[in-house]
Design a protein around this ligand. Structure first.
Ligand code: SAM
Length: 379
C-alpha cells in the first residue's frame, strides 16, 4: 500500500504531466501540503443516482487515501450541516462545503498571478486545503481566509494548525471581505457570487486583481479575472474553461414556492430551446433573465421567476419547431430569446469572449468589448 507522501508525489507528477501545474512555486506547495489532514473523511457521489446520493468514506474505509489523492472534488458537507460521520449510508443532499479538485485549486492560484510578498484575501476556506497551499506559497502573514460556516471553519483551523500553517482565519460572511487587514493585492473566491460585493472592490487596492466565478439562480458559471481600476470599480475578462463553485450563501436563490404551471400566451419560439443545455447558452439565458430559475431540460425548458410567479415553458411541435407559453408580468422567454439571438449573431463565443465592467453605473457583462451587447448583473 502506498504512503500519503508517495500518493501526493504521484498526484503532483500527474498534474505536472497534464499541464495543470506549471509554476514551480505552486508545484512545491502541492508537494508539501498533506491533503489527508484537510479531508480525512468525505462524501463521494453514487454513480447513476438521481437525484445524486452521496456515500460517506470514513476513516478505515478501503480506498480512502487513494480517493484523497485522486484529482477529484471531495464533498465534506451536505445541506449546510451534514458531515460524513453523520451519515451511515448514502444520502441525498446538496453539497455545501468541499475540497475542490486539486487541479482546479492550483489552476486558480496560478491564474491569480500572485507574487511573493502579495497580500491575499481568500473567500471560502472550506477544508482549508487551498488555504494551506496559499500559506505555503505566500507565508502565513500574507493570507487571510474567510469561511461563513463556523463548524467548517473550526475544522479547517485545526487542520491548518496540524499541518503547520497559521494564516489569519475569519469566520463570517466573505462577501463583506475583511477590512481589518486591507488593502489586499489579490482576492480569490472559491464560492460563486451573483455580483461583485462592493467591499471587495474597496479592499483590493487599485491595480490589484480579483479571481471569482460569477453565477446566478440558474447555476450557470463564468470564471472572471478582474483588475480593480479605482475604489469601487473594476474591469476584466472571463477565462477559458468550465469552472463552477457552490454559490456564496447570501447570494443563493431564495427558497422555492410550489408553483403550478398555468396556460398563458403561446407563440412559436425563434430559438431552439435546447441551446439552454449548452454551457454558455445557459449563461446567456441567465444574464438575460437573472430573476428566473431554469429548471427544464432539452427542448422542454421551464423558466420560473418565483417572486412574481412569471413562467415560460417550451415544447417541441410534432411537425418541427417549438412553441413557447408565457404567463405573468415578466416575459421570460422574450428576454432569453433576444439575448441568445444576439449572442449567436456575435458568433456564439464561449465565456472567454465576454468581459465585465463595474463602475458607478453598475455591473455589466458584455460580449467582445465594452461597446458590445451588454447585460446588467442583478445587484
Ligand atoms: C468549494 S468550498 C471551498 C473549497 C476550499 N477552498 C478548499 O479547497 O477546501 C466553498 C466554501 O465556501 C463557503 N462559503 C459559502 N458562502 C460563503 C460566504 N458568504 N463567505 C465565506 N465562505 C462562504 C462554504 O461554506 C464552503 O466551505
Amino acid at each position: 500500500m502506498s504512503t500519503p507522501a508517495e500518493l501526493r508525489a504521484a498526484l503532483v507528477d500527474q498534474l505536472t504531466g497534464d499541464g495543470a501545474l506549471t509554476d514551480p512555486a505552486w508545484r512545491a506547495a502541492a508537494a508539501a501540503v498533506p491533503r489527508e489532514l484537510f479531508v480525512p473523511e468525505y462524501f463521494l457521489p453514487v454513480p447513476g443516482s438521481a437525484p445524486t446520493a452521496y456515500r460517506p468514506v470514513l476513516n478505515g474505509a478501503s480506498g480512502r487515501l487513494e480517493g484523497i489523492y485522486r484529482d477529484q472534488t471531495l464533498v465534506t458537507q451536505l445541506d449546510n450541516h451534514l458531515s460524513p460521520p453523520d451519515a451511515l449510508e448514502p444520502v441525498v443532499g446538496a453539497p455545501s462545503s468541499s475540497s475542490t479538485l486539486p487541479s482546479l485549486v492550483l489552476g486558480m492560484w496560478q491564474r491569480l498571478d500572485v507574487e511573493a510578498g502579495h497580500r491575499v484575501l481568500e473567500i471560502g476556506t472550506g477544508t482549508g486545503y487551498s488555504t494551506a497551499l496559499g500559506a505555503h506559497r505566500l507565508g502565513d502573514d500574507n493570507l487571510v481566509s474567510v469561511e461563513v460556516d463556523p463548524q467548517v471553519g473550526a475544522r479547517a483551523a485545526q487542520a491548518l494548525k496540524a499541518a503547520g500553517y497559521s494564516p489569519t482565519l475569519v469566520i463570517g460572511d466573505g462577501l463583506a471581505g475583511h477590512a481589518d487587514r486591507a488593502p489586499y493585492d489579490r482576492l480569490i473566491a472559491t464560492c460563486s457570487i451573483r455580483h461583485l460585493p462592493l467591499p471587495w472592490l474597496h479592499q483590493v487596492r487599485p491595480g490589484g486583481k480579483i479571481l471569482t466565478t460569477i453565477t446566478g439562480w440558474s447555476f450557470a458559471f463564468g470564471l472572471a479575472l478582474l483588475t480593480v481600476t479605482g475604489p469601487g470599480s473594476a474591469s476584466g475578462r472571463f477565462l477559458p474553461g468550465y469552472v463552477s463553485f457552490m454559490v456564496a450563501r447570501p447570494h443563493d436563490r431564495p427558497p422555492r414556492q410550489p408553483i403550478t404551471l398555468l396556460s398563458g400566451d403561446t407563440r412559436p419560439s425563434r430559438i431552439d430551446p435546447a441551446i439552454l443545455g449548452d454551457w454558455t447558452g445557459k449563461w446567456v439565458a441567465q444574464l438575460a433573465a437573472p430573476s428566473a430559475e431554469i429548471i427544464g431540460a432539452g427542448d422542454q425548458q421551464i423558466l420560473v421567476d418565483f417572486a412574481t410567479g412569471s413562467h415560460a415553458r417550451t415544447a417541441p411541435n410534432p411537425d418541427g419547431g417549438w412553441t413557447v407559453t408565457q404567463r405573468g408580468p415578466l416575459r421570460l422567454w422574450d428576454q432569453v430569446e433576444s439575448a441568445v439571438q444576439t449572442w449567436q449573431q456575435h458568433g456564439a463565443p464561449h465565456q472567454e469572449g465576454f468581459g465585465i465592467t463595474i463602475d458607478g453605473d453598475g455591473q455589466r457583462v458584455w460580449i467582445g468589448t465594452e461597446a458590445g451587447p451588454t447585460w446588467d448583473l442583478p445587484i
